[in-house]
Design a protein around this ligand. Structure first.
Ligand code: FAD
Length: 578
């Protein structure tokens, strides 16, 4: 293997990875590198549309305490409140830092950063919607990525683009780096590092209808799980209410923030019945359940499995200037003009609340006592800090990735200075990665990767979507077991080394199966309904038994659950009404 050595190594070049790299690169004596399977600005952060929240109070009164409260209540009280407080407080300085780095936010007429409404964000602890989301049209994530990437280049961060990390170097409770496949050449590289971070994003591609990019296959989470790190709260996965019918491509909540409303087959604004106060701006879990309930009760449009998003009351300049991206999506993919026509939508798999467990410094932890894996960090969608609890509010992911990405970057510098052993790192990987790729390159079975992936996506959609039950979850678990067996018998066509997408997609399918396995097992285990996890056989939230985080460990064919308490500081759990 080709060998490299760094002080701080960051895997992933989305918002979380880039902000961590930028922060670490401020320590001029440290060698900092970013590895990314994608060219950095193609990361999914660039697809984020609607906005990033911070209680700036630019358009109307707002306070970080209100933002914290909304985050905790939005997450159905499973949120760790120390983390939520950090999120809400540090959001504010983060926005101003981005502004100073050159991010072109939209402005109010008097030149301040403009803000708009988003689901679940309220004033006075739930009294009504508040304008908290800062935005750059509906291309906010794109602007964040460009801004941070340019700052990283300015600070001489070393980028290894199109390097796919496939294994983690862990020994004696500490992390010493990663093994990566160079996509151009098909060579394996060993990157040793004093501090390593995973910011590898989500795994929405395990569902058939998803807003996520094709690359979101859960690589980072799966690699950690295989190396003995537990997965936290995997049962909590968010379906966003408004994906384009059948395709799942997102129509941002910013649409409803600007005034669009949901209607069923008879044109009724049905959210009035489900959420009298916030209506179309209720949190996503509530709206997605409402849409599916409308469809199940026969009020889907034309008896089909979709409802309408109605933009017709919005002035044309709002559509063209504040929502240009989604307006063009509706035209391109549905052939409708949102100014005149109703737009067909259905819920779409969107965001992982759970993932690699970390503390508030971004350190990955081994267990329910929060024991850190020395020198190992994680932030962003692949991580679970847990600031979103059982359901994330819109615009809170972009804040999360930046606030906790930066914290991880800072603590990596501290770790390298204070805790890491001096001198060269000697740890070496076992043969797992080399053998895995040898086997994949030689695979000549009859099973096709694309078929297995499709079967997984359909089964997850049918039985581990918005509504779940013991029967359905057992069914999908059985399917996953069969798919693991079929995965052993795959064949590939391309045996070359250069840009071998065939091999990489096969490897990614293994990661998707692991993420699905962890999700379904955790969902089967949690016998209550909370946030994005709805069990039809256990319809109520059960704080007495389930006010705790799930940690799921896997060792070969053995699975073990342990639990971590929820940190509650300012807000006692209450009934969740909107
Ligand atoms: C369509 C869409 C719209 C959204 N809109 C909003 C919004 O308006 N507001 C909001 O707050 N949130 C929004 N979200 C959610 C938010 O954008 C994401 O949760 C967030 O951007 C994730 O950032 P990240 O840095 O964790 O990961 P990502 O941006 O997904 O980046 C992951 C990185 O990891 C790298 N990577 C992955 N696997 C490997 C591997 N094996 N080896 C090497 N590199 C690897 C990739 O190359 C990439 O650079 C949206 C999400 C989607 C899908």
């Amino acid at each position: 293997m080709i060998e490299h050595e760094y002080d701080a190594l960051i895997v992933g070049a989305g918002g979380a990875g880039l902000f961590a790299a930028l922060e670490a690169s401020k320590a001029k004596d440290l060698k900092v590198a970013v590895l990314s399977k994608l060219y950095p600005v193609r990361s999914h952060t660039g697809a984020a549309q609607g906005g990033i929240s911070a209680a700036l109070g630019n358009v109307e009164e707002d306070h970080w305490e209100w933002h914290m409260f909304d985050t905790v209540k939005g997450g159905d009280y499973l949120v760790d409140q120390d983390a939520a407080e950090i999120l809400a407080r540090e959001a504010i300085e983060t926005i101003y830092d981005l502004e100073h780095y050159g991010l072109p936010f939209d402005r109010t007429p008097d030149g301040r950063i403009s803000q708009r409404r988003f689901g679940g964000h309220t004033h006075n602890y739930g009294k009504g919607p508040v304008r908290r989301a800062c935005h750059a049209a509906d291309r906010t994530g794109h602007m964040i990525l460009q801004t941070l990437y340019q700052q990283c280049l300015k600070n001489d961060v070393h980028f290894f683009n199109e390097f796919q990390v496939v294994d983690l170097l862990i020994a004696d409770g500490a992390c010493y780096g990663v093994v990566a496949w160079e996509i151009l050449t098909g060579e394996l590289h060993l990157f040793r590092s004093k501090a390593t971070m995973f910011a590898t994003g989500g795994w929405g591609k395990i569902w058939k209808v998803s807003s996520n990019a094709h690359t979101l296959t859960g690589d980072g989470a799966a690699v950690c799980w295989r190396r003995g790190i537990p997965m936290e709260d995997m049962e909590f996965y968010q379906f966003h209410p408004t994906g384009i019918y059948r395709l799942g491509i997102l129509l941002s909540e910013a649409a409803r923030g600007e005034g669009a409303i949901l209607r069923n087959h008879s044109g009724e604004r049905f959210m009035e019945r489900y959420s009298p106060t916030l209506m179309d701006l209720a949190p996503r879990d509530i709206i997605s359940r409402a849409i599916i309930t409308e469809i199940r009760e026969g009020r889907g449009v034309d008896g089909k499995d979709y409802v309408h998003l109605d933009f017709r009351a919005l002035p044309r300049e709002v559509l063209e200037e504040k929502l240009p991206e989604i307006t063009s999506f509706a035209r391109t993919y549905l052939g409708v003009d949102p100014a005149k026509d109703l737009t067909p939508i259905q819920p779409t798999a969107h965001y992982a609340m759970g993932g690699i467990p970390t503390d508030i410094a971004g350190r990955v932890i081994w267990d329910e006592q929060n024991t850190p894996v020395k020198g190992f960090y994680s932030a962003g969608e692949c991580a679970c800090v847990s600031v979103h609890g059982a359901n994330r509010l819109g615009t809170n992911s972009l804040v999360d990735i930046l606030v906790f990405g930066r914290r991880a970057g800072r603590d990596m510098v501290r770790f390298v200075r204070e805790e890491a052993a001096k001198g060269k790192i000697t740890a070496s990987p076992d043969r797992t990665a080399a053998e895995t790729f040898q086997k994949l390159l030689a695979a000549n079975g009859k099973e096709r990767v694309a078929r297995i992936r499709e079967d997984l996506q359909v089964a997850m959609m049918d039985d581990c979507g918005i509504f779940r039950s013991d029967e359905g979850l057992r069914r999908v678990l059985g399917v996953i077991g069969e798919l693991y067996q079929r995965f052993e018998k795959i064949g590939i066509e391309d045996r070359g080394r250069t840009f071998n997408q065939d091999v990489l997609e096969s490897w990614e399918l293994g990661c998707m199966l692991d993420c699905a396995d962890a999700t379904v097992r955790s969902a089967l285990n949690r016998q209550e309904s909370r946030g994005g996890h709805t069990r039809e056989d256990f319809p109520n939230r059960d704080d007495a038994t389930w006010m705790k985080h799930t940690l799921l460990f896997r060792n070969g064919a053995d699975y073990k659950f342990t639990y971590k308490p929820v940190t509650i500081t300012k807000f006692q759990p209450q009934e969740r009404k909107y």
